[in-house]
Design a protein around this ligand. Structure first.
Ligand code: 4AD
Ligand code: MG
Length: 431
């Protein structure tokens, strides 16, 4: 075996003989030459096998290769401007690891259910690989933003005794003799962490037993939840727009090939620069009514409403100051108008829906206690959360970014199921 390389690094080996562990993505032949489309996860390269230049054994081995067979291929790396990667390999040796028979996913069209049943294999498809590379870059850019802005990463628990976002969609489980729930949001714990560390963020899985089967809902999804002490609603919005700009522009810069593979119109992403437009809930209602929607003040928006609002803008838009009655118990009322709260949802452009929900939190202990009563929440289970107001309460704000909706938007995918390696949806727990 020659020096081992991966396809991503072949530019460092031009003119050299290297061995690449790879799978046969595709193959074609023109009599005396066989073209092997090799993939190794890091990229794609064409291996050229010339009958007159290799032993009969190598030629016949190449002939026997089927889609998704695994091989060590050895050959000389050459620059090839006509190929997508810019390089090609002139094959000199082939070591077959495994010959695959009847690979279920062929270049023909398959239905989504079939592909989802074979998700463990579908991940090998170029588009699915590109989505996961972009997801990884999004996560890297998220961490980079918070690292550069003085935040500390804190991990809230997954098993919790109480609800953070309302009691209708909790996943119940037993915790020995006690009842427990899978976390819907780490927020309440992040508020405790903010009182200890100032500016914090979490990145972890969250669970919602939502019976809604939409293009935007997963049962298990990943959320990024920053929480900031001594920070008001306005300051939080400014951080959110800078944050989203950083994430989108990092992907534009670092994932050119992958954005091309998923077919994304990059000019739409290049435009995502702070500041973002804002509209109050009141004005959004007026706008929707003017557009013919039958929606009274006080009702929450559904996907069609969000899309109609988002269509007015070519950047994400903040919808601010929702009625208290349709938002979570912990949101701080607007001092000038207590029937609305200091909150904002960020709606992505092009119909991708709400990607961020955030607010300033109630810091007044009396008001928080009153809210617990109004929402019928037991003071006993939330005692620790009350303590955060009893001992050195401060104005503070935070927000939650849904990772999968962000990936769907940045990749231009019409369904969140392709944004996560193994999606958990209403009717799917396999594979
Ligand atoms: O708006 P949500 O429910 O807000 C919270 O959970 C707050 N505690 C966050 C905070 O202030 N720390 O959820 C936040 C985001 C949504 O904007 C959406 O992007 C995503 O999480 N999200 C989902 N993504 C996929 N599937 C679901 N079922 C989702 N539910 C929420
Ligand atoms: Mg929300």
């Amino acid at each position: 075996m020659a020096t081992k390389s991966v396809i991503r690094d072949v530019n460092k080996h031009v003119g050299e003989t290297v061995t690449i562990g790879s799978w046969i993505h595709n193959k074609r032949s023109s009599g005396k030459i066989q073209f092997l489309q090799l993939r190794d996860g890091s990229g794609y390269i064409q291996g050229v096998v010339v009958k007159n230049e290799v032993s009969e054994q190598v030629w016949n081995d190449a002939k026997s290769l089927t889609q998704e067979s695994s091989v060590y291929v050895t050959g000389v790396i050459r620059e090839e401007p006509r190929s997508q990667s810019g390089y090609e390999m002139t094959v000199t040796g082939i070591e077959i690891i495994h010959l695959t028979e009847n690979y279920p996913i062929t270049p023909k069209e398959h239905g989504v259910d079939f592909l989802m049943d074979h998700r463990h294999l579908w991940l090998r498809a170029p588009k699915q690989r590109a989505i996961l590379v972009i997801r990884s870059e999004i996560i890297r850019a998220i961490q980079e933003f918070f690292d550069q802005n003085g935040f500390t990463l804190v991990d809230p628990p997954i098993l919790t005794p109480t609800s953070a976002e309302g009691t209708t969609n909790l996943f119940h489980t037993k915790y020995f003799e006690e009842d427990a729930y899978l976390t819907q949001s780490g927020q309440l714990y992040m508020e405790a962490a903010a009182m200890a560390l100032g500016k914090v963020y979490s990145f972890g899985p969250t669970f919602r037993a939502e019976k809604s089967k939409t293009r935007r809902h997963l049962i298990e999804f990943w959320m990024i939840e920053p929480e900031m002490a001594f920070t008001d609603h306005e300051e939080s919005l400014q951080i959110q727009e800078r944050f989203i700009e950083h994430v989108v522009q990092s992907v534009v810069k670092n994932c050119k090939t992958e954005l091309e593979t998923v077919g994304r119109d990059v000019s739409k992403l290049e435009n995502i620069k702070a500041p973002f437009p804002r509209i109050t809930y009141d004005d959004a209602i007026k706008f929707l009514q003017g557009e013919g929607f039958d929606i009274p003040w006080g009702e929450d928006f559904g996907a069609p409403h969000e899309t109609a609002i988002a269509e007015k803008y070519d950047k994400p838009v903040f919808i601010t100051h929702y009625p208290a009655g349709i938002k979570a118990f912990y949101m701080k009322p607007d001092p000038n108008r207590p029937e609305v709260v200091l909150c904002a949802d960020m709606i992505a452009p092009e119909g991708y829906g709400e990607i961020i929900g955030g607010s300033q939190r109630i810091d007044d202990p009396q008001l928080l206690e009153q809210r617990f009563k109004e929402h019928d929440l037991s003071m006993e289970t939330y005692q620790w959360y009350m303590d955060l107001r009893t001992y050195g309460t401060v104005p503070h704000s935070g927000f939650g970014l849904g990772l999968e909706r962000t990936v769907a938007w940045i990749c231009g995918l019409d369904h969140v199921r392709e944004t996560i390696p193994f999606p958990r949806t209403l009717y799917r727990l396999y594979p």
